[in-house]
Ligand binder design. Structure first.
Ligand code: C2E
Ligand code: CA
Ligand code: CA
Length: 420
């Protein structure tokens, strides 16, 4: 850790108790010179954990959680320390990259694991009590978790560097004129050892580990490049809407100002019409953090990027709830589309969703359309667009670019027929 103008330094005399086991604290210490003993009391005895010297840090758990000090720190000789406050760390962590955050967690995890072991030793070899065992298990678990996460982050970074992520684009087709209005970008991971991993197996994991932003940033960058190409190579007649690509943005990415700044900067730098980029946000992300999502959507819609709600109907949000958000599209979850014909309730829900969306000026896309019967039913309900295996599976980028250029995918009329 480097010195900064905000740091506070203190010299403790030999024998001074810097902090005592059981008391609360919200600062950590870095030793500039001197020596500090870390010890805790067990059965009336003081058990020494470590003697620390120059450059070492102690009391760091207080920076993360509110638990009381788990040991006593005593200066063994006159010792100069730099005091790090919890607030200071919180604000710099907020602005630091995830590696720094991870390292801190790993270090804490290790410390907790060590504590668990020491608790056991300090009981004079007796079997550890349930509480201690629990603490130790938790410590080891959080340690393993932190390491796993670090590995996972390296894998994601490695995948980005080596081009192991790949995009596929699935056409979204208008039921009015059969044209391909746009595509949804779907990420795939070609893992060197494990083969192709579908997003269902890694996106949620990446979200839990707060690492999904890296993937979403890669996808957005790649999509902006493809859009620039479509814009250059595929000019539609004046008055026709430009082909768009919709990107799935996780709630974590929406909350990350860097991701949003990159989207705006990327579009400007490459000169892509912002209308060509759309964002898909799940109901869950919206409900988890409505204020932030609302701010971000307002911000992006002011530059022309449209947003839509994904998987509509699976969460808890009502259409009324969406009124306050800059939402222009709604995607009906494929669960409804697929049960629509066999289940009257589903069909009524789909009809109601479409009707209400239209009343609010929101366009509807039905996803997961696999049969002509579903297509016809949606057409009758005046759903604007469909997406699904019936018309096309997700395509490799080159194929999608060709599809974008080759005119309608459906011939429209009283009877709609798929071209594929
Ligand atoms: P989603 O956003 O609901 O994407 C649609 C999923 O439905 C895709 O699965 C697509 O391949 C599949 N699908 C499309 N048409 C049909 C159909 O007719 N029948 C059936 N059974 N499935 C169909 P995929 O590609 O496996 O993606 C799964 C989920 O992973 C996505 O669900 C999305 O939530 C997430 N995801 C994919 N790419 C990204 C990404 O770049 N970023 C983020 N944050 N999430 C992503
Ligand atoms: Ca989606
Ligand atoms: Ca969806």
């Amino acid at each position: 850790m480097s010195a900064s103008e905000h740091e506070i330094r203190t010299v403790f005399p030999a024998g001074h108790r810097i902090f005592i086991e059981g008391e609360k604290g919200d600062v950590a210490f870095i030793i500039e010179r001197g020596r500090v003993e870390i010890a805790f009391e067990r059965n009336g005895r003081s058990v020494r954990v470590a003697i620390l010297g120059q450059g070492e840090i102690f009391g760091e758990m207080a920076l993360i959680d509110d638990r009381p000090r788990s040991a006593t720190a005593t200066a063994l000789v006159p010792t100069e320390v730099v005091i790090v406050r919890r607030e200071q760390i919180r604000s710099s962590l907020k602005h630091s990259d995830s590696t720094v955050r991870l390292l801190l967690e790993v270090l804490l995890g290790r410390f907790r694991a060590m504590q668990g072991r020491l608790d056991w030793m300090a009981t004079d070899g007796e079997a550890p009590g349930a509480a201690t065992r629990d603490l130790r298990d938790k410590a080891t678990e959080s340690h393993t978790e932190a390491i796993d996460r670090l590995k996972f982050q390296r894998e994601i970074e490695h995948a980005i560097e080596t081009g192991a992520f790949r995009l596929q684009l699935q056409p979204i087709v208008s039921l009015k004129d059969g044209n391909v209005e746009g595509f949804e970008a779907l990420v795939r991971w070609d893992h060197a050892e494990r083969g192709a991993i579908p997003p269902s197996q890694f996106i949620q994991l990446a979200e839990t580990a707060d690492l999904v932003q890296g993937i979403d940033r890669w996808v957005v960058g790649r999509v902006i490049d493809i859009l620039a190409r479509l814009q250059r190579e595929h000019r539609r007649p004046a008055g026709e809407k430009p082909t768009y690509i919709a990107v799935n943005l996780s709630g974590h990415s929406i909350a990350d100002d860097r991701v949003i700044a990159e989207i705006k900067h990327g579009l400007r730098e490459v000169g892509v019409d912002p209308k060509r980029l759309r964002l898909e946000i799940t109901e869950g992300a919206l409900i988890d953090n409505p204020k932030k999502v609302s701010e971000v959507l307002d911000d992006l819609s002011s530059v022309g990027v449209r947003a839509g709600i994904d998987d509509f109907g699976t969460g808890y949000s009502s259409l009324a709830y969406l009124v306050g958000f800059a939402i222009r599209t709604l995607k009906i979850d494929r669960a409804f589309v697929q049960s629509m014909l066999s289940n009257d309730n589903s069909q009524e829900i789909v009809r109601a969703i479409i009707g209400m969306a239209h009343a609010l000026g929101i366009e509807v896309v039905a996803e997961g359309v696999e049969s002509l019967e579903q297509l016809h039913a949606l057409w009758r309900m005046e759903c604007e667009c469909i997406q699904g295996f019936l018309l096309s599976r997700p395509l490799e980028v080159e194929t999608a670019v060709t599809v974008a250029r080759s005119g309608p995918m459906l011939s429209t009329g009283p009877v709609l027929l798929g071209r594929y």
